[in-house]
Design a protein around this ligand. Structure first.
Ligand SMILES: O=C1O[C@H](CS(=O)(=O)O)[C@@H](O)[C@H](O)[C@H]1O
Length: 291
């Protein structure tokens, strides 16, 4: 089995939302706490950073060029340089209590972004969807930390996870994107790591970062753990597929809330890793707008 490799010499604070840009052959990700979007070109090792005024929980590339970004106070459209063109909507949660976290785009180009209920007092977070008409809809609630968004290749299931609640959910979807009732897909015992950001491969298997669990797991559509890939860090945050054959799994990790003693023991906490996989991953589509 392939071992995870360090992608390049970079240590982030809270890297999330790795996104492969097939047009430029580059990998993007956000560093939520540092309020930045990074881009790395694996061939040339060129690295660029765009800074924002708020935490960027997640983002997607727009079909028209530029980004759709879920920042603490709302969802924004920007150009390629990250300059804000318009605000799509406000954060439907109180932004003083909940920032945006995980998100992405489904195969029909709709953008989803979930929040993180930071006081952790109850499941106060939610999942929001922006369709091509740019109208926001809250599509799910009863979440503590929205995570793990991914879609099955047959478009029948939306997967999500809730990291501190140790659970992966799946929700049936109709052809036009209507969602049914959320159901539990898999739960995880306390102390063995919790499901964080995820991606799906062409066989419909769900690859999840196991936060607090030092590993990435590949889970079959029936919930069986098929593969596990150990990492030299405790907290991977999210994965995405990329490269020309879509057989490279890129992994973000974090050093958020870690003590000096742990950072000394696991100095790669916050680095980006990659693993070559036997099966290709699904392409992450760009966000589609009508106007
Ligand atoms: O996605 C995220 O998940 C983690 C895990 S937890 O909610 O604390 O269990 C969190 O630390 C991180 O800030 C967030 O981006």
């Amino acid at each position: 089995m392939n071992k995870p490799k360090v992608l390049f010499n970079y240590i982030g604070h809270l890297p999330e939302c790795p996104t492969w840009d097939a047009t430029t052959h580059s990998l993007l990700w956000t560093d939520i706490i540092e309020q930045q979007v990074h881009r790395f070109f694996p061939e040339s090792e060129k690295h660029t950073v765009i800074s924002f005024n708020e935490e960027v929980g997640c983002f997607a590339l727009r079909e028209k060029g530029g980004f759709i970004l879920a920042m603490r106070t709302g969802i924004f459209l920007t150009n390629e340089q990250g300059e804000v063109e318009s605000r799509v909507c406000e954060n439907p949660n109180n932004p003083l209590l909940a920032r945006f976290n995980d998100g992405g785009v489904d195969q029909d180009g709709r953008f989803y972004a979930g929040t993180y209920w930071e006081p952790k007092t109850f499941n106060g977070a939610l999942l929001l969807r922006i369709d091509s008409d740019l109208r926001p809809k809250v599509i799910q609630n009863d979440i503590l930390c929205a995570n793990g968004l991914a879609f099955s290749p047959d478009k029948q299931w939306m997967y999500t996870s809730d990291t501190p609640n140790h659970v992966i959910y799946r929700t049936p979807m109709t052809e036009n994107g209507e969602l049914g009732l959320r159901e539990i897909f898999k739960t995880f015992p306390i102390g063995k790591g919790c499901p964080d950001g995820a991606a799906v491969d062409v066989e419909g298997c769900y690859w999840t970062a196991m936060f607090d669990g030092h590993r990435i797991a590949r889970i079959s559509p029936t919930g069986e753990v098929l593969e596990e890939h150990e990492l030299p860090v405790r907290c991977p945050t999210m994965v995405c597929f990329g490269s020309d054959d879509m057989k490279t799994l890129y992994i973000t990790t974090t050093r958020e809330n870690m003590e000096e003693i742990e950072l000394a023991e696991r100095p790669l906490s916050g680095a980006l890793f990659s693993i070559r996989t036997a099966v290709a991953g699904m392409i992450k589509p760009n966000f589609k707008e009508e106007k």
